[in-house]
Every structure is written in C-alpha cells, then in structure tokens.
Design a protein around this ligand. Structure first.
Ligand code: SF4
Length: 243
C-alpha cells in the first residue's frame, strides 16, 4: 500500500451527524467535476484548492477520536472523493486496518473503471442521484448522470450497501411525476438501505456571492414541509426505506 500518497483536502469535521450512520469523522475532499446549481460548497470545486495532506497525517487526526465512532465511523465526502481515487483507496484501506467503518459520499461523476478500488473498499456508499432524466441532470450539474446510475448498478451486483440521496429543488426536481419515475426506477434496487430526501436550502448562497459565481437559484425558496412530506409519500408508496 502506498501510504506516502497525498490528497487535496477541503476541510475536516470531527463529529459529523448527517453523513452516514452514527457519529462520524468527515474528510471533505477538495475538487469536484460537477457544478450542481444547488451546491452549498462551491469552494470545494477547484482541484488546486484546499491543502495537501497525507494518509498517515489524516489517520493520526482521526484515531484520537475513535472511541466516539463505535456506532459510526469515517466518511469521505467533498467535493467528490472518488475524483482522487488512489488517495481515497489508500485512506480507506488504512481506516479498514484500524477497524473503522467507512462511507464514501459521492455523486458518481467519476467513471467506475477509475475508482473501483475505492468503491470496493468502502463499507457504505452515500450516493447522490441528482436527476434520473439525462437532460435535467445536465441542466443541474453539467453532466448527464449516467455515472451515478452505473455506480448504483455496480453496488446492486456487488451487494454494496447504499444510502441513496436526492435533493428536492422546487422548479427542478420537486415534481411529483419525476419523483414517481425515480421511485419506480429505484424500488428494485435492494442494495438501497435508506432513501434520504434532502430539501433544498439557501445556506450556501453566500459562498457563491463570495466566489463571484452566478447563482441561478437565488430566488428559489426551500420546499414547504407539506411538499417534502408528499415527496416522501411517493417513495414510501413504492416500498422504499425513506427517511
Ligand atoms: S457533487 Fe456535491 S460538491 Fe460537487 S458540485 Fe454537486 S453538490 Fe457540489
């Protein structure tokens, strides 16, 4: 194993509670190939940003907290962690050696033949499907989303547990017909342990302003609680494990 590998890291969080089961150490990777219209971390896009860190340097930061992660573990998030596949794999391998549960939070934008080793090493994938429709996905992210669907298919065949995530954006994805199509598509995937519907919010809007990037969703309001509940009901009706 190459423990001398370094990766570009955006930031670290010692007690993440929303990135997989239990309390988790979250390593946010720097760099993302997508440009999601609702991204709340546009400062994580630039592959030359962040700071360079080594595998052992990160492990040394994580291990002092390991007692807290008995029910949780470590999540690689981003940015897109699978866009630094060798570094992600080396870190996952090392964390496995330490007996820590690992999750990778990905949008599936990196071809599987580049990141299969990291995917195979992760105990759990948090997979974000932005939109089922390729055209809508391109509008939202700049890519057609085929990579995410291929990754889901791979997880199904490999028996890899997935927490599926989908962001509810009024005017884009918060559409009952689209959600019904998505629920029908996802329902047969028995690898999906949890379906998380994430309401769009404006908490990252200021970062777009700071970076001087045009933000197309400035006037979009977060969904109403009853709209979120209606979306959840669609997935429940399809027999999916909704949260
Ligand atoms: S995949 Fe995540 S980090 Fe990348 S642009 Fe989309 S929301 Fe932002």
């Amino acid at each position: 194993m190459d423990r001398s590998l370094t990766g570009r890291i955006h930031s670290l969080e010692s007690f993440g509670a929303v990135d997989g089961p239990g309390l988790r150490y979250v390593v946010f990777f720097q760099g993302c190939p997508l440009r999601c219209a609702f991204c709340h971390n546009p400062d994580s896009w630039d592959f030359s940003g962040g700071s360079e860190m080594g595998v052992e340097e990160l492990v040394a930061k994580i291990l002092p907290f390991r007692a807290f992660y008995r029910e949780g573990g470590v999540t690689l998030s981003g940015g897109e962690p699978l866009a630094q596949p060798e570094f992600a794999a080396a870190l996952l391998r090392r964390l496995k050696e330490e007996g820590l549960h690992t999750a990778v939070d990905t949008a599936g934008s990196v071809p599987l033949d580049r990141c299969r080793a990291a995917v195979d090493l992760a105990d759990l994938l948090l997979l974000d499907i932005k939109a089922l429709d390729a055209g809508l996905c391109r509008t939202i992210t700049g890519q057609d989303g085929a990579g995410a669907l291929a990754l889901l298919e791979y997880c199904q065949k490999a028996g890899k547990p997935v927490w599926l995530r989908h962001v509810l954006v009024p005017g884009l994805t918060l559409d009952l017909t689209r959600l019904e199509e998505l629920a029908r598509f996802l329902a047969p995937y028995t690898c999906i342990q949890t379906m998380e519907l994430l309401p769009f919010h404006q908490l990252g809007a200021h970062k777009w302003q700071q970076l001087g990037i045009p933000y197309t969703l400035a006037d979009t309001k977060p969904p109403l609680p009853e709209e979120v509940e209606a979306a959840r009901a669609v997935f429940r009706a399809a027999g999916m494990p909704v949260r």
